[in-house]
Design a binder for this molecule. Structure first.
Ligand SMILES: NC(=O)c1ccc[n+]([C@@H]2O[C@H](COP(=O)([O-])OP(=O)(O)OC[C@H]3O[C@@H](n4cnc5c(N)ncnc54)[C@H](OP(=O)(O)O)[C@@H]3O)[C@@H](O)[C@H]2O)c1
Length: 268
């Protein structure tokens, strides 16, 4: 039986957009949405078309339909096109997930200097995400208020405001803190007609986590009370929880997905 044939699942009959769903957390989120009953899922990607096609295949396996859309979020025309395609292809959109973010830790970008990496993160993760969100909100408003308000979820970072030493902390910290601040302010601006929440992942095993050193791997595990890396699916389930139509009383929230931060002294 496909997800859409079952009686009631958390995302039953929903139309969902997940940015950056060609890999990692976005991919897991798009697939989890379909598994939990979403009827239509828009898979956005920038360059990894094979990854996006892989996501589509898995989504279709759950009985949902998949639409692919390429867009570089650092380019304003691309952002406009993504919103255009999304509303044209999906009709109404029940849940929009702003997940896309530049990976500055692996691949060629990793060898750039601090300022260049910071610039990329600011352009894509912050300016691109804010600009995109504002266009989506404007389209939702044009369509008029719905009995069930649509949901927008942002992806932050659990350590953004707590602080982490080193260049990674000094780059991701301010960028993701700003994304989370934007989400909180947007939630205040659009309630009760649109719900806005943030999921703040901890150490999640995606590309960097899979190839990192033993030091960072051990550190990632021991900083979680659950004593393991987070998986993309752990984050995906939290996004589904906040996006689902039944959870109407959740807005302006930040949900950390980090296995519980370990504050114990010298313990695993
Ligand atoms: N992994 C973690 O531990 C962790 C922790 C906290 C927060 N996060 C955040 O969670 C989100 C997903 O991370 P991930 O680890 O799953 O990374 P990932 O596997 O590298 O996925 C990133 C996604 O963003 C897309 N993207 C990158 N640059 C883009 C651009 N200029 N325009 C449009 N899309 C772009 C990628 O598209 P293409 O590959 O198709 O180009 C890909 O689909 C990011 O915002 C990240 O900062 C991750």
């Amino acid at each position: 039986m496909s997800a859409n044939e079952s009686t009631h699942l958390p995302m039953s009959d929903s139309h969902v957009v997940v940015t950056g769903s060609s890999s990692g957390i976005g991919k897991a989120t798009a697939i989890e949405m379909a598994k939990q009953g979403a009827r239509k899922v828009l898979i956005h990607y920038r360059s990894n078309i094979r990854g996006a096609e892989g996501t589509a295949k898995e989504i279709e396996g759950f009985g949902a339909s998949a639409t692919l859309c390429q867009a570089d979020l650092s380019v304003s025309e691309d952002r406009e096109r993504l919103v255009e395609v999304a509303f044209r292809e999906m009709g109404n959109i029940d849940a929009w997930v702003n997940n896309a973010g530049v990976d500055v830790l692996t691949g060629e970008i990793a060898s750039l200097d601090f300022e260049k990496k910071l610039e990329k993160l600011l352009t894509v993760d912050l300016v691109g995400t804010i600009s995109l969100s504002r266009m989506v909100v404007a389209r939702w408003r044009l369509l008029g208020n719905k009995p069930v308000p649509p949901s927008m979820t942002f992806i932050g970072w659990d350590q953004a405001m707590k602080g982490m030493e080193g260049d990674a902390g000094q780059m991701f910290g301010p960028v993701k803190a700003a994304v989370m601040a934007y989400a909180s302010n947007l939630a205040q601006s659009v309630a009760p007609n649109i719900r806005v929440n943030t999921v703040a992942p901890g150490w999640i095993k995606t590309a960097w986590g899979s190839e990192t050193t033993e030091y960072w791997s051990e550190r990632a595990k021991s900083q979680a009370l659950m004593n393991r890396w987070g998986e993309p699916n752990d984050v995906a389930r939290a996004v589904v929880f906040l996006s689902q139509k039944d959870n109407q009383f959740f807005t302006g929230q930040t949900l950390e997905v980090n296995g519980g931060w370990n504050r114990r002294y010298h313990q695993g």
